[in-house]
Design a protein around this ligand. Sequence first.
Ligand code: BES
Ligand code: MN
Ligand code: MN
Length: 487
Amino acid sequence: MTQKKSKEEKVKIQKKEKEKKFNNFKLFKMINPHINSYIEKNKDRFLNELFELLRIPSVSADPKYKADVIKTAAVIKEKLIAAGAEKVEICETAGYPIVYGEKIIDAKLPTVLVYGHYDVQPADPIELWTSGPFEPVIKDGKIYARGACDDKGQMYMHVKAFELMMQTNSLPCNVKFMIEGEEEVGSNNLGTFVKANKEKLKADVIVISDTGIIANDIPSITVGLRGLSYVEVEVTGPNRDLHSGLYGGAVANPINILCEMIAKMKDDKNHITIPGFYDDVEILTAEERAEMAKAPFSLDEYKKALDLSDIHGEDGYTTNERNSIRPTLDVNGIWGGYQGEGAKTVIASKAYAKISMRLVPHQNSDKIMKIFSDYFTSIAPKSVKVKVTPHHGGEPVVTPSTSVAYKAASMAMETTFGKKPVPVRSGGSIPIVAMFKSELGLDSVLMGFGLDSDAIHSPNEHYGVFNYLKGIETIPYFYKNYAEMSK
Ligand code: BES
Ligand code: MN
Ligand code: MN
């Protein structure tokens, strides 16, 4: 026990010494012309290869696309081999496969584990796309396609940056790739895979490009992700649909009741009313909030971009706080009754909703699921029956902004953007990141290049050619800085 403690202390001291060392680290801020010339020569091919991936509709949520999802994994395997990776394999899971590959140049050097996902969200509503979701085109310097940004485009930057380092003889450390096909449906099988393959996945840091920057001239690095509890609710009134004249006013209408129940879940200050919901919520200090408020943000531009005359949210918090450090409850879909052409006079037997709760440190997704379910059931009037079905969950995470890897990423972006990136906490979720920490003991660097305006998950998702190439350019600097700073 005492031996273990002294070992831990030693590691702590070593860590401190390292931090001191790289605080004085200025070496690699210089532009490396080989990187730019390799990208210049190969950029058309880089784009064409990405287009090839974007043409395959790898929608993990819809079983209709099963063959396409599997095909995408096979194509990524080929691309990794072509880029110079070894031991490339398709790892089967209970769901969609994980593509693994590595390049170990020297066991004594650090190892970077790259994570990304090749599955995409469904394309609907398809009629709102101005070109086919799986027919990538470049318009106004942006690649339009489902997955262009989230995450095929961002994931593939890593494959091409790796090719660049291989071809220019500049890979400075070991690399492992783990690209999954179920991120958009909760990464459940990846969790199992990670637990069962700790040796295979041994690394020093994880790097992920599946987030964004504030703007193309305001680089940022994500240092926090929210967790998620996702549930589906069903409210049942009468045992069949009824004539709304013969029965209207005399029986519970499950759609009306569901709306009332949802409305009850927030008070007039937009606080969530589920008892215990805020119990574990991390409270930031005034200093931390002041630090956050330094990130550039224009409320006017925010409203304008979304065509809103006003914003909305929890009392006492700014927009950036509401969408990152505060938990939420949102209806993602609601249905029931007659939705066809014209009018049908009917009281539906059932009403449904899909509800997501975004979680912040130190909330727990299982606990939130349980208290949601208890509360939802408790506020249901006797005139209806309710059923709550949990969907996927994921834990929130905060990643350090003082680590070697963070500084390596920060300096890499400073080199390629000409500006030091700001650390920001994001409102989105990548469920596996918390598990990387809990299961592998590894921190992730969330070095994404997307923009909020890229319309991920929406019609007309796109990704700037600038961002795609900037990612490919920045990643090799990250490797170089990281390898050098880890010495
Ligand atoms: N890449 C996104 C998450 C993201 C986007 C984080 C932008 C930060 C900035 C990821 O693919 C995603 O969409 N995650 C889902 C969760 C998943 C369980 C469906 C999400 O956040 O809704
Ligand atoms: Mn993603
Ligand atoms: Mn996504």
